[in-house]
Design a protein around this ligand. Structure first.
Ligand code: FNR
Length: 373
């Protein structure tokens, strides 16, 4: 298990068979600070664990004797072609995993035909990330709105000028979550710094990396601010971090192009629902929403089977966070290898489920009786 891993040499990439293997390798080789920042989640890690375990409570109802020789995994996300029904979730500071950081992820994604959503908190400027991929390769961009609004306006002007047309507005982080593993490492940093004449104490409100980074985020943001955003952003807007049917409906009413059902990888409000539960609620209480906007889910997606389950329940695509950071500890090659693994798992699961392209997925192919009440 992860807790038994001691710090050691990286296993060869050829021995990595799953996203779990990447996680184990990253745990044994990343710096303490990087591991704590990437792997941590809020307080008791309940949402973080449920994100993964709830996919295990959805069961397939495979169909047999169908010709599944050829399978096609192509998917359209906001009108952009993707070779797989997934994109890289926006995540801060990829450079803690490898010097190439988000540029390495961009190179691998462009080779493999999937889209990266670059975070505003990336370790490279958006221009540097975009220039790592061939010209015109599509990117998505994720924004946290700055308390100082003109800064956000200027940034989005740069993003637009780079040809990016799909904006993810993250709304589930008006306050940073309390991530104790992240804060413990930083507290250790502070305490190990000699300070004359004072006994160093932890800053109770701002010791973790996440809390330090998030100080510019505007907690006063509200639905009304969409008018401000649309006054200068002419591209698509996706609201990331929707966690209720009510907010999904509001997003649709506001003419939003898509929503990400997400609890931020369990990193913000602990015991907020895993996205798959919100997806089930949406299906029950607002089935029309799936024809009004695109619905994505993230959190805990680790296997091709998890992706298929989310799509059966109505998601257009999924996004994946930590596994890409862990894979990046091997540089660009690691990220390519992770994409290959996910493609292989997805194609295998499609064949065994009895489907040949993603449009054939529907809720009749899964049994959710265990969690759908
Ligand atoms: C994130 N996430 C995130 N989300 C966002 O909108 N902006 C950001 O800058 C970040 N930064 C970030 C850093 C790290 C280290 C992690 C792990 C996550 C959340 C991310 O986009 C996504 O919602 C989750 O990572 C999905 O869960 P999994 O796939 O990591 O389980």
């Amino acid at each position: 298990t992860l807790s038994q891993v001691t710090h050691q040499k990286k296993p060869p990439l050829s021995s990595i068979l799953s996203s779990h293997d990447f996680e184990i390798a990253a745990h044994s080789t990343l710096s303490k600070k990087a591991w704590a920042f990437y792997s941590s989640a809020a307080t008791d890690l309940i949402s973080d664990r449920a994100n993964k375990s709830f996919y295990n409570r959805v069961w397939f109802r495979p169909r047999v004797l169908r010709d599944v020789k050829e399978v096609d995994t192509v998917c359209m996300i906001q009108g952009v072609r993707s070779s797989l029904p997934l994109f890289v979730a926006p995540a801060a500071m990829a450079r803690l995993a490898h010097e190439s950081g988000e540029r390495g992820i961009a190179k691998a994604c462009s080779k493999k035909g999937i889209i990266q959503c670059a975070s505003i908190n990336a370790s490279y400027a958006i221009e540097e990330i975009v220039s790592a991929a061939p010209a015109d390769y599509p990117f998505f961009f994720q924004l946290y709105v700055n308390k100082h609004r003109p800064s956000s306006e200027l940034l989005l002007k740069r993003v637009w000028d780079l040809g990016i047309r799909v904006l993810f507005l993250t709304v589930d982080a008006p306050a940073p979550g309390k991530r104790e593993a992240d804060e413990a490492v930083r507290a250790g940093d502070i305490l190990s710094t000699p300070m004359s004449g004072t006994s160093a104490t932890r800053d109770k409100t701002g010791s973790g990396l996440a809390r330090t980074m998030g100080t510019y985020i505007d907690p006063s943001l509200s639905w009304e601010d969409l008018v401000w955003l649309r006054s200068f952003w002419m591209g698509k807007v996706i609201v990331k971090g929707v966690q209720s049917v009510e907010d999904a409906k509001r997003a649709s009413k506001e003419g939003i192009d898509g929503i990400v059902l997400s609890n931020h990888g369990g990193r913000n409000l602990d015991t907020s629902s895993p996205a798959v539960l919100v997806l089930l609620e949406l299906r029950r209480h607002c089935p029309e929403i799936f024809s009004q906007l695109e619905v994505y889910v993230d959190g805990g997606i680790r296997r091709g089977t998890d992706i298929l389950k989310a799509l059966c329940l109505g998601a257009t695509a999924v996004s994946i966070g930590r596994p890409f950071l862990y894979a990046l500890s091997y540089g660009e090659d690691g990220v390519e290898h992770l994409i290959d693994i996910l493609r292989d798992e997805l194609e295998t699961a499609m064949r065994l489920l009895g489907i040949t392209d993603l449009s054939q997925l529907h809720s009749g192919l899964v049994n959710t009786g265990d969690i759908d009440h």
